[in-house]
Ligand binder design. Sequence first.
Ligand code: NAP
Length: 490
Amino acid sequence: MEKTLINQNENLLKFDLLNNSYYVNGEWKTSNHVVELYSPYSKEIIAHIPQATREEVEQAIEFAYEARADMEKLTSFERAAILEEIANLFIQNRREAAEIISLEAAKPIKFALAEIDRTIETYKFAAEEAKRLTGEMIPMDAAKNGANRFGYTIEQPLGVIGAITPFNFPQNLVAHKVGPAIAAGNTIVLKPASQTPLSALFLAKLIDQTSLPKGAFNVVTGSGKTVGDALVENNKVKMITFTGSPAVGIGIRDKAGLKKVALELGSNAGLIIDRGLDLTQIIPKCVTGAFSNQGQVCISLQRIYVMEEVFDEFIKQFVAATTKLVIGNPCDENTDLSAMIHSSEQERALSWVQEAVEQGAELVTGGSIENGIFLPTILTNVAPDLKVSCQEVFAPIVIVNRISSIDEGINAINDSNFGLQAGIFTNDIQTAFKASKQLEVGGVMINDVPTYRVDHMPYGGVKESGTGKEGLKYAIHEMTETKLVVWNQQ
Ligand code: NAP
């Protein structure tokens, strides 16, 4: 197999260092088996990626296991300093890190740069939280048999964390695992998505320049099944932190036994739009919520329920704003929307739109693939049992349905197997309170789209959207064991 970059574009050659190797115990390793990595947009080969064997993954776990002792020696001040170093390295290499994302994931460069800015903030939050990792005092004498006891808890690292990440935020969602793991004093074996390994390898290149002990951070590339199973089934791995699709996440939980598992899974996020609002303020948020990163966001705006009095005006303005999106090369500064991650995914999305139209939905705009790019698509009058409504569409497709009451909107959003985030635009405080109580999701956004996220907030879903919370403070807690200490003062 050809083992060098065959792309003639000079811009791509600077990523050559990330080609052909993975990162274990502070060293770059090659593997006997490599596969070609293609750009989703240009379809050119951009790198060759090692496919680790089960034995190679086990070796990485062994190094991470050995490195626990070095991590345990670090004070929280030192762990915070390392996380600051990582944040600073991203500041210095912001453009390159973003270009890698655009290249391997076809994320338009403006969104890739925004992802790196969030990544920097995520590591900074992790650094701050590393210094705030405290237990609590337990009032032992509140119990009848607790006299003369003094109790407190300490948060201890779990040991080796197995992190499995998706393609859609290849740097910031990795940061949501690596940041808290280091902050808590754990070691990590990271398995990035097969389509976006370069971002994880770039992180390794940055971490290699910090004072993190060797073996504390490892990146193993390869197939989800081989690397995933090796991580999930190994007893030295104490926790799996997974972000990805519900099917894979549920499979991991089934195999994990008593291992801790955090699952950040998918959704079909919904939004309610009340009457009496200034739509010009809302429409740009809906366009970004529905179409950024080609709709391949776990909290992408997929279902909008609009009060009937404002429905027609909403559709008119929403379509007008959507058709202004700039579609094209992800590396172009002006591009808003580019290719989805695989052409097979585009075909799948197309078949879902066709099914909807055959079943009576109205296609308002989009619904086709042009020059290899799935056009931003708006459907109305969509029955709740159609795939574009009840499954995770993970494509630039949004449905807009008419409702005659807020209750109807809340019921429609709750009529879902998923429950990650939901949103409501309303000027009525009682309506806002009611929605925040009744929506069955992990997070409710009042006067915002469900796609809103900043990186320190508690984030995680209910139902098939997952278990466990991310957001640095919350993820750190998931990655520690709470140990109780009781002193008997006699
Ligand atoms: P995916 O297909 O589930 O893959 C996620 C990761 O799991 C990849 O690294 C994948 O490796 C790996 N994997 C595949 N099969 C595995 C197995 N049998 N055992 C262990 N790991 C395995 O998801 P994706 O397409 O990359 O990402 C899209 C999904 O992620 C959507 O459902 C989206 O909603 C969800 N997501 C959720 C959140 C959240 O925070 N809730 C955030 C972002 C994305 P390979 O790439 O090698 O197959």
